[in-house]
Design a protein around this ligand. Structure first.
Ligand code: SF4
Length: 413
């Protein structure tokens, strides 16, 4: 049986051999079974969780027990993997909110590290083993000479080297998906926004772009990528910006400039889908693919996380429908949290949405947020009987809706 990983307060990680490993769903702690675990994927990171006591399952008493003088350990999984349980712990006092990462359970079995997770996408585009930062640095120099006046090169350089953004790194390596950040503001105030934290409970992990690039600057990045990459995709709506639909004029102009030069490449947008009319206009201009993010298919829970300003859940649904009607490839970026995403009611609502809107793809992204804080904000504390399990949810949707692509990354069309 897998055993818990524990840490001291300096971050030295070890094992507890007396108890068995546990995971958390919706604030409830469960014993982890070996059959639901995979080896911790390469590129995952381990975190010691401050002011959170490690817990384990005691086989003799059949109880969940705190582990003396030990802090809990969690894993932020490599991209492409979706966690099925969060790390289990007991808060010590009233701990500060955890920073904006995902916190999967992690354990040890026969001397190796294991985690409850599912591989949802084989694509290696964000696999840090294949990103050589020395080469990225060299290529940045090349791009700075090639486009000396393009301010986006400087912005993407910071993203690649300081914030470790794999899309920015891949842009400089001329492969996969190139980021096209343009927007300084947003009409939502998401709890887990990584580019701006309205609530100041934890730091934003990737600061927002501070200037509005010109259509020519954005086009310069996009065109270079499209012309030099196999199966290129260029994407508006990045972690380092606000909502791209608030920059629809600039984006419409950029798409027109790109399409004047080439019909190649996929032009994509990651968005909150708040402005269906603006989105329809961009689809008319030549946007090929749209990914709309949701934490929930139920309006009340959506509102508690997104905290929209000046738009409604219905607008998001209209954006999905408008994109489908205009022939775009439509993905849902489903921000997944064990204990919420897999509740019976959320599953029913999400399945209905996916069927009604006829989406093409579901991306099962781990929600980067403190798990217990999330349930508190949503005021959702499900009973054990209401939990289906993330694996069951993904497996049953895959079986029932085989035409819908399951994955993690935006595909080139
Ligand atoms: S929609 Fe995106 S940019 Fe806007 S607050 Fe939410 S995460 Fe941040």
């Amino acid at each position: 049986m897998p055993i818990p990983l524990i840490s001291d307060d300096k971050g030295n990680i070890s094992f507890d051999h007396r108890l068995k490993a546990t995971g958390m769903e919706g604030g409830r702690v469960f014993r982890l079974d070996r059959s639901g675990l995979i080896k911790l994927p390469a590129g995952s990171r381990l975190f010691m969780l401050p002011s959170r006591q490690a817990v384990g399952y005691d086989q003799i008493s059949g109880k969940i027990m705190p582990i003396e003088s030990s802090l809990a350990v969690a894993a932020s999984l490599a991209p492409g993997y979706t966690a099925t349980y969060s790390a289990a712990y007991r808060p010590i006092g009233r701990p500060k909110q955890l920073p904006l990462f995902s916190y999967a359970a992690v354990s040890a079995y026969k001397g190796e590290l294991y985690t409850p997770a599912i591989l949802v996408d084989n694509d290696k585009r964000h696999d840090c083993r294949y990103i050589d930062i020395t080469v990225v640095r060299k290529k940045i120099l090349k791009f700075s000479k090639l486009m000396p006046k393009n301010r986006l090169i400087g912005h993407l350089k910071t993203c690649a080297l300081i914030h470790g953004c794999p899309n920015a790194q891949n842009f400089f390596l001329s492969r996969y998906e190139a980021p096209l950040p343009v927007s300084q503001s947003c009409n939502a105030t998401c709890l887990g926004c990584i580019s701006f934290q309205h609530y100041k409970r934890c730091p934003a992990s990737q600061p927002r772009i501070r200037f509005a690039p010109t259509a020519e600057e954005v086009m310069g990045i996009a065109l270079f990528h499209i012309e030099n990459v196999r199966q290129p995709i260029v994407s508006f709506g990045q972690g380092c910006e606000g909502e791209p639909l608030l920059q629809d004029d600039l984006i419409a102009k950029t798409i027109a400039l790109i399409r004047k030069e080439t019909s190649k490449g996929t032009i994509h947008m990651n968005t909150n889908g708040s402005r269906p009319d603006a989105l329809a206009r961009l689809l008319d201009a030549g946007l090929d693919s749209v990914r709309i993010s949701l934490n929930s298919a139920r309006e009340s829970y959506y509102r508690r996380y997104y905290r929209p300003r000046g738009y409604a859940f219905g607008d998001v649904m209209d954006s999905i429908s408008a994109s489908k009607k205009k022939g775009a490839f439509v993905s849902i970026n489903y921000l997944t949290m064990p204990g919420f995403t897999d509740t019976v009611n959320e599953f029913k609502a999400f399945k209905r949405l996916v069927l009604e809107c006829k989406v093409d793809m579901i991306q099962w992204r781990n929600l980067n947020y403190d798990p217990l804080a999330y349930f508190k904000e949503l005021d959702s504390w499900p009973k054990s009987a209401e939990l289906l399990g993330i694996k069951t949810v993904i497996d049953s949707l895959s079986k029932e809706l085989p035409s819908i692509r399951m994955g993690y990354f935006n595909p080139a069309l």
